[in-house]
Design a protein around this ligand. Structure first.
Ligand SMILES: *[C@@H]1O[C@H](CO)[C@@H](O)[C@H](O)[C@H]1NC(C)=O
Ligand SMILES: *[C@@H]1O[C@H](CO)[C@@H](O)[C@H](O)[C@H]1NC(C)=O
Ligand SMILES: *[C@@H]1O[C@H](CO)[C@@H](O)[C@H](O)[C@H]1NC(C)=O
Ligand SMILES: *[C@@H]1O[C@H](CO)[C@@H](O)[C@H](O)[C@H]1NC(C)=O
Ligand SMILES: *[C@@H]1O[C@H](CO)[C@@H](O)[C@H](O)[C@H]1NC(C)=O
Ligand SMILES: *[C@@H]1O[C@H](CO)[C@@H](O)[C@H](O)[C@H]1NC(C)=O
Ligand SMILES: *[C@@H]1O[C@H](CO)[C@@H](O)[C@H](O)[C@H]1NC(C)=O
Ligand SMILES: *[C@@H]1O[C@H](CO)[C@@H](O)[C@H](O)[C@H]1NC(C)=O
Length: 575
């Protein structure tokens, strides 16, 4: 079973998360930098590249798109990024968190009909399911009794968390720790997410005989409380002998696809991008460049040879140094990528190439070497070589991958934005946090960091986000004693203490155990890294913090609700 199911049905309308996320009021919500990094929503990317904006205000003004959620498509992002990235050496790395495919593509691959449909299996009416013996109130409750599942389904359909949740398939209830208690697992989808990704929940239910033969739920546990039902069903199917990453989370299959045989390898057509100057640049540039390569491969009808090794730019590391050797799968959903595009992994590819190349004669693997990006995709369209090898010779910025997609090529290459989703491992953390709050919380986004210091462009921000200002303002916007999730780049944990006398305050660091050394995330990422612990880095924090905020009911934002300063500096509010 695949975990990352395809997107479908635009759940449009005002309720749609996209509507809210890309609305004018939400343009700055991703601004959750950590340490020195300045992260901003990419919903209007042209604008969000603040530092660049200072340098080339005119360019940015031209690229600004009114943040109409439906205009804020991949096309808009493409337009604005392509205007500013050619000078990316000036860019503050990762000044914005780029939205990924699941954020804006409402009409991608239709949802597969199979397990994704809400569970339409006929619900056995609890009373009809029972017969004389099962109805005996003194008989011990058996969790396999169909009345148990019927009662749970009926309960869930009415439960308070149902509004944002679509219940998909249920698993058979299993006994809890005591008689009268059953643990039940099911899959669900969150309406607040654009994609058709499914997640799993399991809760503990206490049951009692109700009217007639029906059972009644007298108590239900919190998100993922039914730990006896926690064990995930094992995937079936033979394991490939060359599978590299053991599947720890049975819901995620990001094993590296392998080329089965010499004949298969030789039949294949590949597009191989050698590492260029993009390595260790910002994550935005990485995505922009990677999608260019993937788009060219699609245009040429070739398999893209990809390097899973990602270098995290110093903007997201504590000491400001670039960290090489990160894995693509820490941040992005490789399983979804495999399903949406044809890719092979570079290391395997190079081994196979060496192994099976006959050097000359009929078994030869033909190669076309392309030293410069100046050879266009159109010129390569007719090439029959097994491998097209782009080498990216030259100095920066001549050796950036994305240059392949500039100029006339920009008209024929479409970046496959739909192929890139955020890592499901990170989204599991997001779901866990939102789930613990039962999807019933409000969000506050507090931007401080360098902007609060930069009085020239943000004269009021520092004061407007001071603890006293927050304590005065936020209670006028959010009802008392709501659960309040605060997404912020303010590093001082106790900064928000004054709000604690009005709300139940939650911060990302309250959920540290979700990535600590005894967490599922830790085990799963360690399996990818070959047994080395993976730090929960600042880029991951930004993704999780931002996504939790997006799921809040009432969202209060710094630049619309807390301060009159403009998010991109003085006098930029209405451009
Ligand atoms: C990039 O920089 C060059 C000069 O270094 C300038 O001529 C060009 O207009 C800039 N392009 C953009 C998009 O800012
Ligand atoms: C959405 O995804 C489909 C493929 O599933 C793609 O053809 C289409 O171009 C994408 N649309 C946008 C706006 O990215
Ligand atoms: C009623 O109980 C009998 C066994 O006692 C069982 O075979 C039958 O399937 C039960 N019927 C229903 C509707 O559960
Ligand atoms: C509960 O019912 C199932 C089948 O209906 C049976 O296999 C199981 O032994 C029963 N368990 C108990 C504790 O009675
Ligand atoms: C994981 O996906 C690959 C295809 O990419 C497939 O060949 C393999 O069987 C899958 N593994 C499991 C355990 O499902
Ligand atoms: C793309 O390549 C595959 C095999 O590699 C071939 O079967 C298919 O016909 C090609 N499609 C186009 C449009 O060239
Ligand atoms: C992580 O792995 C260790 C060792 O394999 C295991 O004991 C532990 O239960 C796992 N933790 C989680 C949360 O899966
Ligand atoms: C925040 O500001 C926006 C834009 O002015 C407004 O639409 C929204 O209702 C405000 N949010 C709250 C919680 O007041």
């Amino acid at each position: 079973m695949s975990s990352s199911d395809q997107d479908d049905a635009p759940d449009g309308g005002e309720d749609s998360p996209l509507f809210r996320r890309r609305g004018p009021s939400s343009a700055d919500i991703a601004e959750i930098p950590v340490s020195q990094s300045f992260i901003k929503a990419a919903s209007n990317v042209g604008f969000s590249l603040f530092v660049l904006a200072v340098l080339v205000v005119t360019v940015v003004a031209v690229t600004y798109q009114p943040p109409d959620p439906w205009l804020q498509s991949s096309a808009a992002i493409t337009t604005s990024l392509s205007r500013v990235l050619p000078n990316s050496t000036y860019l503050v790395p990762d000044d914005s968190l780029l939205p990924t495919g699941e954020d804006f593509n409402s009409s991608s691959v239709p949802a597969p009909a199979r397990a994704d449909e809400p569970d339409e299996a006929p619900v056995v009416p609890a009373s009809a399911a029972a017969n004389a013996t099962a109805c005996d109130p003194d008989a011990p409750l058996n969790c396999s009794d169909p009345r148990v599942l019927a009662a749970v389904k009926a309960f869930n359909a009415k439960a308070f968390f149902r509004r944002s949740i679509v219940f998909l398939s249920y698993e058979a209830p299993v006994p809890g720790p005591k008689p009268g208690v059953c643990d039940v697992a099911w899959r669900f989808r969150n309406r607040k997410e654009r994609s058709w990704r499914r997640y799993r929940d399991y809760r503990r239910f206490i049951l009692a005989p109700g009217e007639g033969c029906a059972l009644e739920i007298t108590k239900v546990g919190k998100f993922r409380s039914g730990i006896n039902a926690a064990r995930r069903p094992q995937r079936k199917g033979p394991k490939s002998p060359r599978v590299k990453a053991p599947v720890v989370d049975a819901e995620i299959n990001d094993t590296i696809p392998v080329v089965g045989s010499e004949a298969e390898f030789k039949r294949g057509k590949y597009l191989y991008y050698m590492r260029g100057g993009d390595h260790c640049k910002s994550m935005n540039q990485f995505i922009w460049s990677f999608l260019c390569g993937l788009g060219e491969a699609k245009f040429l009808n070739r398999t893209f040879v990809m390097d899973l090794n990602v270098c995290l730019s110093g903007a997201h590391t504590p000491d400001g140094k670039d960290v090489d050797g990160k894995d693509f799968r820490y941040y992005f959903d490789f399983e979804h990528l495999k399903e949406s595009a044809s890719v092979v992994e570079e290391g395997d590819f190079l081994k196979d190439w060496k192994r099976w190349d006959k050097k000359k004669g009929p078994g030869r693997i033909t190669v076309r070497k392309v030293p410069s990006y100046k050879t266009t995709p159109m010129q390569l369209k007719r090439d029959k070589s097994n491998i097209i090898w782009r080498q990216f010779n030259g100095q920066e910025p001549e050796n950036y991958w994305y240059r392949v997609c500039e100029g006339r090529a920009a008209k024929v290459i479409q970046r496959p934005w739909y192929a890139i989703w955020k890592s499901k491992r990170l989204m599991n953390i997001v779901t866990e946090i939102a789930g613990r709050l039962d999807w019933d919380y409000d969000g506050l986004h507090v931007v401080r960091g360098w902007k609060a210091q930069y009085k020239k462009n943000y004269p009021n921000l520092d004061a407007d986000t001071s603890p006293d200002a927050l304590a005065a303002k936020v209670p006028t916007l959010i009802k008392p004693w709501r659960h309040l999730y605060i997404a912020t780049n303010e590093p001082f944990y106790n900064y928000f203490d004054k709000l604690r006398s009005h709300f139940h305050v939650h911060l990302l660091d309250d959920y540290k155990e979700l990535w600590s050394s005894n967490s599922e995330w830790y085990n799963e990422t360690m399996a990818l890294s070959g047994g080395k612990p993976v730090p929960f880095d600042a880029y991951m924090r930004v993704i999780v913090d931002t996504e939790v905020f997006y799921r809040a009911k009432t969202q209060v934002e710094t630049f619309n609700n807390l301060t009159r300063d403009c998010k991109d500096g003085i006098n930029t509010c209405n451009l």
